[in-house]
Design a binder for this molecule. Structure first.
Ligand code: ADP
Ligand code: MG
Length: 253
C-alpha cells in the first residue's frame, strides 16, 4: 500500500462526552485517525466502549463535543443541517443490528425505497434494487417480505438498501449481532465482496473476533482509544496503514 491512496475520513482531536445526571462521561477522547477510501475495517471492543458513538459521529447522526471530522477533505460539522442531511443520504449507508426493514414491503420495495424518496422513476429504482439484491445473493427472494426471510437474508436486504444511493461509506453497527456465527460470516463475506466490487469503504462493528478475522483492518476501541487488534501480533500491525491510527490521547478518564 502506498501513500497515494486517498484519505476518505480524517479526524482531528475527535472527542465525545455525554453529560449524564450532572456527571461528564468521556467516551471518545482526542482521537486522530485516517481512514482511506476503499478500506475494510472491523471495529471491536467491549460493550459501552463507544463503538456505536463513533459510527454515529462518522455518519453525522450525532455531533462531537470537540474536534473535527473531515470527509474527503471537507469539515463535516461546518456544514448546515440541510447539507448534512444531503451528505447522509448520498454518501453514507447505514446497517444496524436490527434491520429496520418495512414489514409490509417486499425485499425489492424496501431496497428501492431510497430511490423513490429521491423521486427516481419506479422502474429504474426497481431495476437497481434487483441488481443490488442479486449482488447480495437474494435474486430468488425479491418478492418476499422481511417476515418471510431468515435473519441473515434480512440483513442482506438491509445492506442492499444501504447501498442504493451508491454511498462512498458503509457503516454497519453489529449487523451480525442477532445471527449465528456461520450466518454472520456470510454477512461479512457480502460486505467484503461489495467493497471489492464497488470500492465502498466499509466500517463494521462486531463483538466477535472470529468475524473480524477476515477483515483486512482490525481495530479495538477501548478506553477512548482506537488501537490495532492483537497488539502482540506484528502481522496485523503490518497490514494497518501506518498513519491510520495515530491516537495521541493521554486518555484522561
Ligand atoms: P458501544 O457501542 O461500544 O457498546 P456506545 O457507543 O453505545 O458503546 O456507548 C458508549 C458509552 O456512552 C456508554 O457508556 C453509554 O452508556 C454512553 N452513552 C451513549 N449514548 C449516550 C447518551 N445519549 N447519553 C449519555 N450516555 C450515553
Ligand atoms: Mg453499540
Amino acid at each position: 500500500m502506498t501513500d497515494e491512496r486517498k484519505v476518505l475520513i480524517e479526524s482531528e482531536g475527535l472527542t465525545k462526552r455525554f453529560l449524564h445526571r450532572g456527571k461528564t462521561l468521556s467516551v471518545l477522547e482526542d482521537m486522530d485517525f485516517k481512514i482511506y477510501a476503499g478500506d475494510q475495517i472491523a471495529v471491536m471492543g467491549p460493550s459501552g466502549a463507544g463503538k456505536s458513538t463513533l459510527l454515529q459521529l462518522i455518519g453525522t447522526l450525532d455531533e462531537p463535543t470537540a474536534g473535527r471530522l473531515l470527509f474527503d477533505g471537507v469539515d463535516l460539522f461546518a456544514k448546515s443541517s440541510s447539507q448534512l442531511a444531503e451528505f447522509r443520504n448520498r454518501e453514507v449507508g447505514f446497517v444496524f443490528q436490527f434491520h429496520h426493514l418495512l414489514p409490509e414491503f417486499t425485499a425489492l420495495e424496501n431496497v428501492a425505497l431510497p430511490g423513490l424518496i429521491a423521486r427516481m422513476p419506479r422502474a429504474e429504482a426497481e431495476d437497481r434494487a434487483e441488481e443490488l439484491l442479486t449482488k447480495v445473493g437474494l435474486k430468488e427472494r425479491l418478492h418476499h417480505q422481511p417476515g418471510e426471510l431468515s435473519g441473515g437474508e434480512q440483513q442482506r436486504v438491509a445492506i442492499a438498501r444501504a447501498l442504493f444511493m451508491k454511498p462512498r461509506l458503509l457503516l454497519a453497527d453489529e449487523p451480525t449481532g442477532n445471527l449465528d456465527l456461520k450466518t454472520g460470516a456470510g454477512i461479512h463475506a457480502v460486505l467484503r465482496e461489495l467493497n471489492e466490487e464497488t470500492g465502498v469503504t466499509v466500517i463494521v462493528v462486531t463483538h466477535d473476533p472470529r468475524l473480524a478475522e477476515e477483515m483486512p483492518i482490525k481495530l479495538v476501541l477501548d478506553d477512548g482509544r482506537l488501537l490495532p487488534f492483537e497488539a502482540g501480533d506484528d502481522t496485523v500491525g503490518d497490514r494497518i496503514p501506518e498513519e491510520l491510527l495515530h491516537v495521541e490521547s493521554s486518555n484522561p478518564k
